[in-house]
Ligand binder design. Sequence first.
Ligand code: CA
Length: 586
Amino acid sequence: MNRFVAAVAASLIASTGAWADVTEDMLANDATMTDQVVTNGMGRHLQRYSPLDTLNKENVKNLVPAWAFSLGGEKQRGQETQPLVYDGIMYITGSYSRLYAIDVMTGEELWQYDARLPEGILPCCDVINRGAALAGDKVIFGTLDARIVALDAKTGDVVWRDKIDDYKAGYSYTAAPLVVNNLVITGNSGGEFGIVGAVQARDVDTGDLVWHRPVIEGHMGMLNGEESTMTGTLNATWPGDMWVTGGGATWLGGSYDSRTDTLIFGAGNPAPWNSWLRDAGQKDDGTGDNLYAASRIGIDPSNGEIKWHFQTTPREGWDYDGVNEVVAFDDRDGNQRLATADRNGYFYVLDAADGGFVGGWPFVKDISWSSGLDDNGRPIWVEENRPGDPAAAADGKKGEVVFSSPSFLGGKNWMPMAFSQRTGNFYVPSNEWGMDIWNEPITYKKGAAYLGSGFTIKPNYEDHIGSLKAIDPATGEWVWEWKNDAPLWGGVMTTAGGLVFFGTPEGKFIALDDDTGEELWSFQTGSGIVGQPITWEQDGEQYVSVISGWGGAVPLWGGEVAKKVSYLNQGGTLWTFRLPKELASR
Ligand code: CA
């Protein structure tokens, strides 16, 4: 169906009130269909690039608010959702596992669903949610008590609910689910509680579990209700029984590379943070690498089998989760590539066929834990900058304190970067900060923090922490840098109109020139932006939406940085902007 026919069909359906199912075809083509946003990442390759150029460098100054929507509630916390737009309805999720359906033209609420959360949930890093998934006649999202809920997209009625895992053991869920071939695919959160990272696929229609793939070696997978294969090789890279509570939370969800039919999920830090407890005593022979924690993992969507992995931080010891989004793109020579910017401060380009290392470069200024990458992309450690072993301390209680950069909140955290098909560059939201970190003894206890570490985050520079960089994936070169006082914590979007959209904790929603980094437009949203912008067109006009509502991990865990930004006000408002037709040509 071409776009014109699709638009006519959609308007006919809207006028009769019937629901047209969100099909696999629509999900597969979301990156090029400009009248909808039905996937997290504006396409399952997660490029966050819109081919729309109605709004461009010349006329972005005429972008004006169309409507705003308050999430309400007494407890306004970090709002990290990416809105979805389909058939006249916008879907957003909010803090405390809420989901809203909103009339996309008027901003009026159609319905709201509040998950009934039990006492004793254990979200590590604010009560956020990063968005929903659309499939068929359902809108699906994960909740803080580690459940997944499918609602009727028209009415908000619950169709099915299922448990991802046990919230009492520290599991939770905050990422947007991913839908591929009628399977809804999720990861899990809880890496600070010694949970076991896993990826799960469920039938969209019934919620029945189809496969389960743990991402820590030694654990058994499931397929169609039966044991399938073990992940990795027992004790190949983990000493003793440490793999049993080995972490590796897959808490940011995943992408789907349609070119190779591969799901790509990242796995977080190995547990506990104290790396000496997971150290097999060798440095470079791989026996202490703790696979597949701090890795990107390619998975076969049909059966949950692991196809390949690329580990960014072997024997990880700084909370450098390897979860950050993997963006599928074609480079300027037409090679099929993957790109990812890691918590550890390196930007990697991988071969889409097998996850093989193509190139890697620092995307922050002061990496202290490693002096570079070798020919295979393996980090070259600076051993004296590894937090010391508490067992070697005089009292056996506190290992040597070291200063590490980036901080454990990462050169880049969850906030997604964008790729521009127009420039061929990536636009990476990063932060320039470090930390004092030390190790302590720790033993696993169900539902308790499992770190064995203490830490204090500090800014590296007086004049900025946040740093949005345009990065050339052929060379790792920084084409330009845009600095911000507070740490950046929201997503980025690019457009064919040559614009780079993002927001700041200070509340500004900004459009930059993709070639130069020059600020072309901004709007003060009233609270910090930690959400993810989208754009679409309707009735010949281009719209842009972003949610505003300061929160997330920085105020909770940011140490001296949290104190520096404690003046920022909370909020909870979805903003939608529009370029009026009569102002489009100016
Ligand atoms: Ca972590």
